[in-house]
Design a protein around this ligand. Structure first.
Ligand SMILES: Nc1nc2c(ncn2[C@@H]2O[C@H](COP(=O)(O)OP(=O)(O)OP(=O)(O)O)[C@@H](O)[C@H]2O)c(=O)[nH]1
Length: 356
């Protein structure tokens, strides 16, 4: 748990931010490892086991300090991922370059550039990895005249080619991961959309309807507004199924859902909550206005002529119950219950009418 906290700073990432989270964790891990490795270099220099020289020692200490500051700056700020990644990579690139020039007794110091290429790819994306490859090769070639002794032509060739191979490998890997994550993100979005829809009509299913309407009613209550609900139930729907078959019943349900959708304002929430039952949540709407909407819907449903393949036309009607939120309603359940009761009243009064 503390390690998890260290890597994510306790930030929770949304379901479609998997790749961002991966980069965030990688950056935190790399900064931690960076702190440990620069600390080790400094310790080894102080104990005399490995000598950096006073200039590189100062550069390494600066690197340690800057990395610690970057780690602190990243806490709770996922929006800073990119600038902090860029700064971290540049700070390290400067340290590697200064080692190239100042630590002449270390033949293998060029190895660090391979890391810079890989880190850039993972943290900043495949294109940045390619830029870093070109930058590393450029820096090594430019630093040649300053180095004592300079690398032999053979060593330089090996270095440049191995950097190109690292750059290409990291580029290909990151490109593939980026597109795999993007595909995963898109299919997650599609899955979530599917999971929130009623498969027959495409309207919101009961769970999604409840989630959205519950959020909206809380907002309405905070603003001191009134919300309303319509409970729409088709009349004698069982007869349609019995007379024309279940498949035709489905056609009717889809047609009614579409008709209801045509009368929905952007702010309204419409869902199918049972066989031939639909709910309308109307934010910032009084019972009077909701009754007008309900009457419009009732007339629209009554006016529908649903044509079948054999030219038969089916007509339907609906009973609609209306309810208005009370200041004490913190969820839609009581509002829905009252709309349901009003709908039963409409049925009892003869159907094809609005009550409540
Ligand atoms: N075609 C089809 N029918 C469904 C679906 N879900 C529920 N039903 C049917 O809807 C009918 C609902 O019947 P009832 O609850 O008796 O209501 P009703 O016949 O509309 O009568 P009132 O509501 O009293 O006017 C039942 O026959 C269910 O089988 C569905 O997805 N497709």
């Amino acid at each position: 748990m503390p390690f998890h906290f260290l890597l994510t700073s306790g930030i929770t990432f949304a379901a479609d931010e998997e790749y961002l989270e991966l980069r965030f964790r990688v950056l935190n891990s790399l900064m931690l490892v960076g702190l440990l490795s620069t600390g080790l270099f400094i310790g080894l220099d102080w104990t005399g086991i490995n000598s950096l020289g006073h200039r590189q020692l100062a550069a390494t200490q600066a690197n340690l300090l800057l990395t610690a500051l970057l780690m602190v700056a990243l806490r709770n700020r996922k929006q800073l991922l990119r600038p902090i990644s860029t700064t971290f990579i540049l700070v390290n690139l400067m340290t590697y370059t200064s080692a190239l020039i100042w630590v002449t007794n270390d033949e293998l110091r060029v190895l660090w550039f391979h890391l810079a290429v890989m880190f850039s790819c993972v943290l900043l994306g495949s294109r940045s990895g390619l830029t870093m490859t070109a930058l590393s090769i450029g820096l090594i070639l430019m630093a040649q005249p300053l180095m004592a002794p300079p690398f032999t032509p053979n060593a330089l060739t090996t270095l440049v080619i191995s950097l190109l191979v690292t750059g290409f490998g990291a580029f290909t890997y990151t490109r593939r991961s980026e597109s795999a994550f993007e595909r995963l993100r898109m299919s997650n979005i599609e899955l979530r959309a599917l999971a929130s829809r009623d498969p027959l009509t495409g309207l919101l299913n009961p769970r999604a309807f409840g989630d959205i309407a519950n959020q909206l009613i809380r907002i309405s209550q905070r603003k001191g507004q009134t919300a309303s609900m319509l409970f729409i139930d088709l009349d004698h729907f069982k007869h349609i199924n019995d007379q024309y078959g279940h498949a035709t019943g489905d056609i009717v349900l889809r047609a009614v859902a579409q008709e209801l959708g045509n009368h929905t304002r952007k702010s309204d929430v419409l869902g199918r909550i049972g066989g031939e039952e639909f709910l309308f949540f109307l934010p910032d709407t009084t019972a009077d206005s909701a009754r007008e909407v309900a009457e419009k819907l009732r007339l629209a449903i009554q006016a529908m002529r649903i044509s079948l393949a054999d030219d038969t036309q089916i007509q339907v009607s609906a009973s609609i119950g209306v309810s208005q939120s009370l200041p004490t309603d913190s969820t839609i359940s009581a509002l829905q219950r009252r709309a349901d009761q009003a709908m039963y009243l409409a049925k009892a009064q003869g159907r094809n009418r609005v009550a409540g």
